[in-house]
Design a protein around this ligand. Structure first.
Ligand code: S3P
Length: 134
């Protein structure tokens, strides 16, 4: 049975995936392995649009497999990705209030999130927009 975890940054997608199975797929980790650089460096060197292309490509590659997938928080931004996700039975949305997510992101020192460092108002707008897409 495949399970696809979606949710805003800091909602616990990777933590839940790990708890479900040791064989989970983390799309951000796959991108880091494939590109041999951190997500943050990838954003700096190639920009968000290229990152989204890669993210969509990997989602398409694995979406119908029998796996647990932790997606990146921005996966729902693309209409094409949303369509793909509608084809799958077990898409699980992890929600959380913004302040809790901000606290978790601060505590997560191993994961530098390029889109979380643009000020609170920008983050809040991103959070509100994402809520309308899931
Ligand atoms: C992003 C979320 C991140 C990562 C990238 C972009 C987003 O994943 O894919 O920094 O657009 O919300 P996490 O949700 O695992 O932090």
């Amino acid at each position: 049975m495949s399970i696809i975890l979606v949710g805003f940054m800091g909602s616990g997608k990777t933590t839940v995936a790990k708890a479900l199975t040791a064989d989970y797929i983390d799309l951000d980790c796959l991108i880091e392995q494939e590109m041999k650089m951190s997500i943050s460096d990838y954003f700096t060197q190639n920009g968000e649009a290229r990152f989204r292309e890669l993210e969509s490509k990997l989602l398409m590659q694995y979406v119908f497999d029998d796996v647990v997938i932790a997606t990146g928080g921005g996966i729902v931004e693309s209409k094409q990705n949303r369509r793909q996700l509608q084809e799958v039975q077990n898409v699980v949305y992890l929600s959380g209030d913004l302040m809790t997510l901000v606290e978790r992101m601060k505590e997560d020192k191993n994961n530098v999130r390029p889109l979380a460092n643009q000020g609170f108002d920008v983050l809040k707008a991103r959070y509100e927009k994402k809520k309308t897409l899931v």
